[in-house]
Design a protein around this ligand. Structure first.
Ligand code: ZN
Ligand code: ZN
Ligand code: FE
Length: 758
């Protein structure tokens, strides 16, 4: 008999790993100990060689549902005597490299108890166990123990404590454990006042507050009743609040649109179960699996259009659906039995509301507040994904997926903090051969969003006990993330810097995720990004590896009339391209773009264009999409980001064939011939479909001489039609599946850009 020490790294804490080892050890009649170290889980056992092998085989084969092993190392140590097998208290010294488990959906066992009248947690909206529920959103610090989470404010009752301390119970060390007696509780509020007996609203509800206390599901019943009446509710969830209303009630949805000042941007819809989802959308096997996965992202689907009112996603045939992921959502949706609009509660440009103070700023939007008293420590939005040609594309990586660890194909020499970009920002920390990615933080367009961004940096540093040696950030001098980077550099002069070109970072992110070594041919089709020449890039072809990149081709530059204004007004980009093609003959054209301006405006714009006043140069494919949307009269001014691309997708027809002309010489792609042909095209559908084909032809022409893997990244690849066409033409094209093609993927690329410099 020898004594062996196993060190197991990966997602092994907060997932029921120690009781799992305990149960296995008992089954194998092994004596020893198991404990949570900061490097992972450590097991010390006395066993013969054969027995040890069987034991390890069983560990690997019978893992708890949320656990995953990155590495398992075995060493023989000095012989020790044990009387039995024990779980030892946590050791919190040393470096912190374990994964924080993400927040995941309620498990089947808990769901069963939730609806079982004989269970003591029947109807309890916060029922959870070791294999499900909140994690990241409630954690202050590692190791993941109750005292390090916002559950520390709730004192366990005797019954819960018995489960919590019994290694054979499925709630053994389930940190968020609680029940009606001791855990978090709900309250329903009218704006900021708690509902009072005899108040007008309660009269309508026919639910009295005393009843809410007696019938413990009363709060949920009340909320459901209000939703049925067409009211708008703010509901506290896992990583923030949602604004919700009955998706089948057109008036309610319109009211929400008006109050939120969000005229057309599609809303996500939560459905009771997969059957209800299938009534609203056509769902493939892969999409179904994604909807039902423990991460429960919003999945963008082809809607069948018939059942839902058109205000949910005006003019779009796609809809974002998701299934309930907490017991509270499950109770609500089961009782409501209708689809529910559930959109993130935030003021435009501000972060997701995560506490009473921030949600009350939106009190003019909602009628009632369904709140609870478990603090959200780390805000985390819903994740959004879609399936294109069998590949999962993340559009927003947050709840369920974050924070996630990416293992690199090499070791970093220094500890790197990557600041991400300015839109859809995320941050990342890199050390050894791993990178921890924050969840989606959001756009850095307001003071409070920058504060929230800084808070995310601090939390990640605190949780992982991380101090950076290198700060990696975007080359754009005016990004808020760059400004924060400069503040950090001023505070600590020993920090090294790594400025990374935006589109190079886009491509590197995919390379790192896919562990690609060697050179690739990267196509970065993007909204914008600061180029090495100071222009706004976004139609870039680059040959890259971790050492550097060569920009081998790009779209010819055009002027963005009005600078930042051009980003919201496709007609400005189109007009600029028309000036390029026709000069002052533009005034005689009768096209939708020209009609979108007054004669006076046209004259002013012409002067601005000619003199290059407030008209930065851009090679952005994102802006080219805008231009085409204007030329084909699909959209002249956008009401939300990405609208033009979404609307073009709608009008694509696969029965249209052919491509437009374009030039390609000396690394410059000339798109003006295409613009002229689009102007002459009479059919909107033909113009748009041929535009998509032309983009594929451009990639084909530029990529042709290279015998390198084709890597796609950049916000434009959120466009399903373009992606489908490219995958059809290049089935081996590589795109990220864990990181989004948009700027949410930038931070990972920034981390690895410093690889060889330090
Ligand atoms: Zn559970
Ligand atoms: Zn309890
Ligand atoms: Fe970008």
């Amino acid at each position: 008999m020898q004594t062996h020490k196993l060190t197991i790294k990966g997602t092994v804490q907060g997932v029921g790993f120690r009781p799992f080892i305990y149960q296995l050890a008992t089954r194998f009649h092994l004596k020893g100990i198991v404990l949570n170290g900061t490097q992972g889980v450590e097991v010390v056992v006395n066993a013969s060689k054969d027995k040890l092998e069987e034991f390890i085989e069983a560990i690997k084969n019978e893992l708890p549902p949320l656990a995953s092993i990155d590495r398992l190392s075995i060493e023989q140590i000095e012989a020790k005597e044990f009387n039995d097998f024990q779980i030892i208290q946590t050791d919190s010294s040393g470096e912190k490299t374990v994964n924080i488990p993400p927040d995941i959906s309620i498990c089947k066992a808990c769901e069963k108890e939730l609806f079982d009248p004989s269970n003591r947690r029947y109807g309890y909206p916060f029922i959870t166990c070791t294999h499900c529920g909140v994690r990241y959103s409630i954690i202050y610090d590692l190791p993941y123990d109750r005292g390090n989470t916002s559950m520390k404010f709730f004192k366990m009752c005797k019954a819960c404590e018995e489960e919590y301390t019994n290694p054979l119970d499925r709630r053994y060390h389930a940190q968020p454990i609680g029940c009606w007696e001791c855990g978090a509780s709900l309250e329903l509020r009218v704006k900021s006042e708690e509902l009072r007996v005899g108040s007008e609203e309660l009269g309508e509800l026919r639910v009295k507050k005393e009843e809410l206390r007696v019938d413990r599901c009363g709060v949920v019943d009340g909320a459901v009743e209000l939703i049925k009446q067409g009211k708008i509710l703010a509901i506290k969830g896992v990583g923030g609040y949602h604004l919700v209303c009955d998706a089948t009630n057109e008036e309610a949805v319109l009211k929400l649109r008006e109050r939120k000042q969000r005229p057309t941007k599609p809303f996500a819809v939560m459905v009771r179960d997969i059957d209800m989802a299938k009534e609203l959308a056509n769902i493939s096997k892969k999409e179904e699996a994604l909807l039902l996965s423990k991460e429960r992202p919003i999945v963008i689907l082809n809607s069948s259009l018939l059942t839902l009112n058109s205000q949910v996603a005006p003019n779009l045939s796609r809809i974002g659906l998701f299934l309930p992921y907490t017991p509270l959502h499950l109770l609500l949706l089961t009782k409501l039995n209708r689809p529910l609009v559930a959109t993130s509660a935030n003021i435009t440009d501000e972060p997701l509301a995560t506490n009473r103070e921030s949600i009350e700023k939106l009190s003019s939007v909602y009628d009632f507040l369904l709140d609870h008293n478990r603090e959200i420590v780390n805000g985390c939005d819903d994740s959004i994904s879609m399936v294109v040609k069998g590949q999962t594309i993340m559009l927003r990586r947050a709840r369920g997926y974050a924070p996630v660890k990416v293992e690199l194909p090499f070791k970093l020499n220094k500890k790197v903090l990557a600041m991400g970009a300015n839109q859809k920002s995320t941050i990342a920390i890199g050390f050894d051969n791993q990178v921890i990615l924050s969840p989606h933080i959001g756009d850095l367009d307001s003071i409070s969003s920058v504060e929230y961004y800084k808070k995310n940096i601090e939390s990640l540093k605190r949780i992982y006990g991380f101090e950076p040696e290198v700060i990696a950030y975007d080359k754009h001098p005016n990004y808020e993330s760059t400004k924060v980077a400069n503040q950090l550099l001023t505070l600590n002069s020993s920090l090294l810097t790594q400025k990374v070109q935006h589109h190079y970072a886009h491509i590197l992110g995919v390379m790192a995720e896919k562990k690609i070594q060697g050179k690739v041919f990267g196509v970065a089709f993007d909204g914008t990004g600061y180029g090495d020449d100071g222009n706004l890039w976004g139609g870039e072809f680059m040959v890259c590896d971790y050492e550097g990149y060569e920009r081998v081709a790009h779209l010819n530059y055009f002027k963005l009339l009005g600078g930042a204004k051009a980003i919201k007004e496709p007609k400005r980009v189109a007009l600029s391209l028309l000036f390029e093609c026709y000069g002052d003959e533009v005034f005689e054209l009768e096209t939708p773009t020209i009609k979108a301006f007054t004669q006076q405006e046209l004259k002013t714009q012409y002067i601005m264009w000619k003199k290059g006043l407030n008209a930065p140069l851009s090679s952005s494919v994102g802006r080219l999409f805008d231009a085409v949307a204007s030329l084909t009269d699909v959209c002249q001014v956008m009401s939300f980001e990405g609208e033009s691309g979404m609307r073009l997708e709608e009008l694509y027809s696969d029965s249209v064939e052919g491509v437009y002309s374009f030039g390609y010489k000396n690394g410059v792609v000339d798109i003006l011939p295409m613009i002229e042909e689009i102007v002459k095209e009479s059919s909107q559908e033909v113009a748009i479909s041929k535009f998509f084909h032309t983009l594929v032809a451009i990639v084909e022409a530029v990529y042709e001489p290279y015998d390198l893997p084709l890597v796609l990244s950049g916000g434009v690849f959120q466009n399903r039609v373009l992606l489908e066409l490219l995958f059809e033409r290049f089935p081996n094209a590589v795109i990220g599946n864990k990181i989004p093609p948009n700027d949410g993927g930038i931070a990972l690329g920034q981390v690895v850009a410093g690889k060889s410099s330090f």
